[in-house]
Ligand binder design. Structure first.
Ligand code: CAO
Length: 457
């Protein structure tokens, strides 16, 4: 016998609509009453929404990114099967509304002074890292273990939703963290200290969110800036948090080298200006970025190891040409992708980049529009600079940084000529690409830009 019920968002206090940022359960999961189902976030706080009933999840009715409010259906559940489930929680009335969850700040408040003096968990460092490394990957849902009615109450991790979220993000099993707060409550600093100690032993390689193990570094300096002058705390945007984590991983894990060169774009810029004058009525602006994308495709065809990704000991060589470009938006950096750039003309590429850049600025890009890139271009040419070191957009193996073009005297064998020179900074993954190949790629790209007719060859 089944008894399908809908589990809804309970009263969430002052918030009219909040965004779903995490799904903590999936269809088929056996869940207990009061077990957290989703995490939602407003501009001020994040909170976990508990289940009003026990049972087996039939289907989820929401996804990450949805906006929900009191009464929104989270999922459908077969409540009748709860009793049959092996570790079912004490029965609860399906219709019962769970207690409103207590919001917790998205950004942790500055740690109190206490943790510095706090006793560390009474374990040997090696054991700690082993525990961290063996932190279970919850097969059903990350919260299931915490809600397991078979676990004696005294062993349940006692921590706020924000601390549990923080621990989940770092891959830390709260069951092995010693709480130093009131009644052994686990604080954010307990989690931080636990990770620090595990990393310091060098044995936590794959444990902490898949990050680089063995890095023995100093803790991040904790400074009370207000001591030195007035301050304002502004949470990082969602895009910044996500792109920051990606950039950090890529910078730490990829051995980057940057090759700098310059392309003589005097003739290409003249062509671009002429084309734009001719096409004024069409309203389409042909940009240097569009020419760069086409030139990059031609260079990728000549140097296929740049159109590749590392997969263990193998190099996956791609036979398609999807080119990403960094777009600066009010909320941070995003990289939309021009698909099959080899099959598109300069005008089509220019139209598409301007469309995607607009959508990026309006925050309207879908995840699919940012996926599948083979190679990225980061153009700061419209802003300034003479060179920079772009960070490779993993799993790609190279990225082209473009700075502002300027006139420079170039020796033509008889005299110096004023030429418009475009700086090209090519960062490459040295595990895949040798310095000589990178220099050849960049020189070839510069030659294409200097005489765009070569693209047709
Ligand atoms: N040198 C000199 N001038 C340049 C140039 C270059 N390399 N590239 C563009 N310009 C000029 C253009 O001629 C144009 O000038 P006008 O307005 O007088 O015509 C102006 O800069 C704007 O150029 P554009 O409309 O062609 O736009 P763009 O191609 O430069 O930029 C985009 C589009 C989406 C790349 C840009 O808006 C952007 O977001 N850039 C920042 C990317 C970024 O943040 N990278 C860093 C990532 S790593 O942290």
């Amino acid at each position: 016998m089944s008894n399908i019920i809908e589990v809804k968002v309970p009263d969430i206090g002052d918030f009219s609509e909040v965004e779903v940022i995490e799904l903590l359960v999936a269809a088929g999961d056996t869940i207990k009453a009061e077990q957290s189902l989703i995490t939602v976030e407003s501009d001020k706080a994040s909170m976990e929404i508990p289940s009003s009933a026990a049972g087996i999840v039939k289907s989820l009715k929401i996804k990450v990114g949805d906006k929900v409010k009191q009464g929104s259906v989270i999922l459908e559940m077969d409540a009748a099967q709860a009793a049959a489930a092996p570790a079912a929680a004490p029965a609860s009335t399906p219709a019962a509304t769970p207690p409103a969850p207590a919001p917790s700040p998205v950004v942790a408040p500055p740690a109190a002074a206490a943790p510095a003096a706090v006793a560390q968990p009474d374990r040997a460092p090696a054991a700690l890292s082993a525990s961290l490394a063996s932190a279970p990957v919850e097969r059903h849902s990350p919260t299931e273990a915490y809600a397991d009615a078979n676990v004696p109450a005294r062993n349940l991790p006692h921590a706020s939703p924000s601390v549990r979220k923080f621990a989940r993000e770092l891959g830390v099993n709260l069951g092995v963290v010693m709480g130093t707060g009131d009644k052994h409550r686990i604080t954010q600093d307990d989690v931080r200290q636990f990770v620090k100690q595990a990393l310091a032993t060098g044995a936590g390689a794959p444990a902490v969110g898949g990050s680089v193990g063995g890095l023995s570094v100093l803790g991040w300096p904790k400074v009370d800036f207000a001591k030195f002058g007035p301050t304002e705390v502004k949470p990082l945007s969602r895009i910044k948090k996500i792109s920051g984590a990606n950039l950090h991983r890529n910078w730490v894990m990829i051995p980057h080298v940057t090759n700098n060169d310059a392309a003589d774009i005097t003739d290409l810029e003249a062509l671009r200006v002429t084309l734009n004058q001719e096409n004024q009525k069409s309203g389409i602006k042909i940009t240097m970025l569009a020419f760069l994308i086409k030139a990059v495709v031609a260079a990728l065809k000549k140097f296929p190891e740049f159109n590749a990704s590392l997969d263990g000991d193998n190099l996956v060589l791609k036979q398609y040409y999807h080119i990403g470009f960094a777009a600066d938006t009010p909320n941070g950096l995003v990289v939309p992708v021009i698909r099959d750039a080899d099959r598109k003309g300069v005008i089509e590429v220019a139209t598409e980049t301007s469309d995607l850049a607009r959508q990026a600025r309006d925050g309207k890009l879908s995840p699919a529009q940012m996926q599948g890139g083979c190679f990225s271009i980061s153009s700061l040419g419209g802003i300034g600079g003479t060179s920079f070191t772009p960070i490779i957009n993993a799993p790609e193996v190279a990225i082209l940084g473009v700075s502002r073009s300027s006139h420079a005297p170039v020796w033509d064998g008889k005299a110096f000529q004023p030429r418009l020179m475009l700086p090209l900074s090519l960062s490459y993954d040295h595990r895949v690409i040798d310095g000589a190949s990178a220099a050849r790629f960049n020189a070839y790209l510069a030659a294409l830009l200097a005489d765009f007719r070569r693209i047709a060859l």
